[in-house]
Write a protein that binds this ligand. Structure first.
Ligand SMILES: [Zn+2]
Length: 373
């Protein structure tokens, strides 16, 4: 096990350059000396809905007995996106603007993702990335790149479990430590999350909401992450893309735009995204990050970052076929103004001193390395 920061960084580089094996995931619970985490959980715990965990962390629902009335708005059971518990906001599963695709990718950062991020840069295309906390620990420089490239980062839990199977503390820890890791690596604190497999109910939504996280789902699925298993082949995935594209062509998104589930999990999923981007760009008028699709201009807790409104985004860019966005970083950071065009942030490629307004880097990574190893 690495015991020094140097070794940590070298180890991360080694993993990134030579192999792309997953970083071992860490079972999550609140760490005994994490006074902030303990206090935060303690403050919310009395009001967490009394809904029992169900199934297993890996999704075995064999012995789950659940009411047909879907009292907990359990997405896995009914694709419910409007919570039954009062006070919770509906999940985001579509895009209010017509002819618009909310563009997002799960399961990163992925050690080979520079090819994909380079491609997006050539298209001046921004997206939303739902990051796994343990992956950010393994590939912090890749996570930094997403922010400096102007993408939006959301949380996708620490170890990718079926969240409705977790205990209250386990659910909290999955989200809390992913937030901490993203903050340490990139300097920003997300305000959105996507449950792995879409597995969320009102208990999990409540815990997420107490951490300031809006729940993001989808209505369409490429099944790209399933390729090679469960009978899903590359052909199946392309057929799913084709079906979605055919819907767009047939006018299915004339009044409301769409979110489709895609991943940056591996070379296959990212190549599928690259292969299909030109066609998607041809059938949608606009392809935008999820925050932009919702007119959410402050994607992070830190107020010195802004994203453009939908109108600003589409006026600053000629998306997606002939982008004229002036700066790859102009959407990501505004040092003193809410106007995205006022930013002059320079992109600091992976590693080193970043020009981000929030100090990112070595010290934070060092803290992360010491804290988690
Ligand atoms: Zn996932």
């Amino acid at each position: 096990m690495p015991t020094t920061v140097l070794f940590f960084l070298l180890s991360a580089c080694f993993r990134g350059l030579v192999k792309c094996t997953p970083i071992p995931e860490v079972p999550t619970a609140i760490l005994p000396k994490d006074t902030a985490g303990l206090a935060k959980f303690s403050a919310m715990s009395a009001n967490i809905p009394d809904i029992a965990p169900r199934g297993t962390l890996t999704g075995d629902m064999t012995n789950v007995d659940y009411s047909d009335s879907d009292p907990d708005c359990w997405w896995t059971y009914s694709q419910c996106v409007t919570p039954k518990l009062s006070g919770l906001k509906p999940d985001v599963s579509s895009v209010p603007e017509p002819h618009t695709l909310g563009y997002g990718f799960d399961d990163g950062p992925y050690c080979g993702h520079n090819v994909f991020y380079n491609y997006l840069a050539t298209k001046k295309q921004k997206a939303t990335f739902f990051y796994i906390g343990s992956n950010v620990q393994g590939y912090p420089l890749e996570a930094q790149r997403a922010v400096t490239d102007g993408h939006e980062i959301c949380v996708h839990t620490w170890s990718h479990p079926y969240m409705t199977a977790t205990t209250n503390e386990g659910a909290f820890a999955e989200l809390w430590y992913t937030l901490q890791m993203i903050k340490l690596a990139t300097g920003v604190t997300p305000t959105c999350w996507r449950p792995p497999y879409g597995d969320v109910d009102d208990r999990i939504r409540y815990i997420a909401a107490q951490l300031g996280l809006e729940t993001i789902l989808w209505l369409y699925d490429t099944d790209d992450a399933e390729e090679g298993s469960n009978g899903v082949t590359a052909k199946t995935v392309q057929a799913n893309y084709d079906s979605f594209i055919a819907k767009a062509r047939s006018g299915a998104f004339n009044t409301t735009g769409a979110i489709i589930l895609t991943h940056e999990l591996d070379n296959f999923t990212t190549q599928a995204a690259i292969d299909n981007y030109p066609t998607l760009a041809g059938v949608f008028d606009h392809i935008v990050p999820i925050a932009v699709s919702q007119n959410k201009t402050q994607p992070y807790v830190e107020t010195n970052y802004t994203m453009p409104s939908f109108a600003e985004y589409i006026s600053n860019t000629t998306l997606p076929n002939n982008s004229s966005l002036s700066s790859a970083s102009s959407l990501a950071h505004s040092s003193s103004s809410s106007s995205p065009s006022s930013s002059s942030t320079q992109v600091a490629p992976t590693g080193g001193a970043s020009a981000l307004g929030v100090s990112v880097p070595a010290a934070a990574l060092a803290l992360g390395a010491v804290f988690w190893l």
